[in-house]
Design a protein around this ligand. Structure first.
Ligand SMILES: CC(C)(COP(=O)(O)OP(=O)(O)OC[C@H]1O[C@@H](n2cnc3c(N)ncnc32)[C@H](O)[C@@H]1OP(=O)(O)O)[C@@H](O)C(=O)NCCC(=O)NCCS
Length: 140
């Protein structure tokens, strides 16, 4: 993996949650420490972080269900944007997925997140016109 990128650890979770809470464009959904521990256990090679001594520079979570892979919470601290960290994290998680023989990766972007849409398009990702997303909450 590219130097500077590390596997996120359980001990990173509180800072990661705080980082995402303060990052517009990231939808926390039901994320909490417990659900993230589970996610990391299920995806031990695809939850990545870049940081310096004081703070998180960027994160990405990759999830593979055995058929398709999904990317969540790709985020770079606003003070470090435009320096290639987003691309580095995206390339890093793709490399990890490749090692798992993943065939296709999907991700969700909120429609008005134009920065992220431009970013992904620049990285060669294709915006699907042929799919509508359905969601269902079994707890309700
Ligand atoms: C999207 C995000 C991760 C990009 O991170 P970043 O570190 O600034 O991106 P990079 O510096 O690696 O940029 C890579 C390329 O994308 C382009 N790019 C990045 N942000 C862009 C923007 N807002 N508008 C246009 N182009 C952009 C860069 O110019 C660069 O292009 P180049 O390769 O031609 O030089 C960052 O803006 C972010 O954290 N946004 C908030 C969280 C978010 O919305 N995440 C996506 C959730 S789906």
């Amino acid at each position: 993996m590219d130097s500077g990128i590390e596997l996120a650890k359980k001990s990173d979770i509180p800072l990661m949650l705080e980082f995402w809470r303060n990052t517009p464009g990231i939808e926390l959904g039901g994320d909490d420490a417990e659900s993230l521990v589970l996610f990391m256990q299920k995806n031990p090679s695809t939850c990545l972080i870049i940081r310096n001594e004081e703070e998180i520079i960027g994160t990405v979570l990759g999830g593979y269900d055995g058929r398709r892979a999904f990317i969540y919470h790709l985020a770079v601290h606003h003070a470090f944007r435009g320096k290639g960290y987003g691309k580095k994290l995206l390339d890093g998680v793709i490399t990890q997925f490749e090692a798992l023989k993943v065939e296709k990766i999907h991700l969700f972007v909120i429609n008005d997140n134009h920065a992220a849409i431009t970013f992904y398009a620049k990285q060669g990702w294709v915006k699907r016109q042929d799919i509508t997303v359905f969601s269902f909450n079994p707890k309700k």
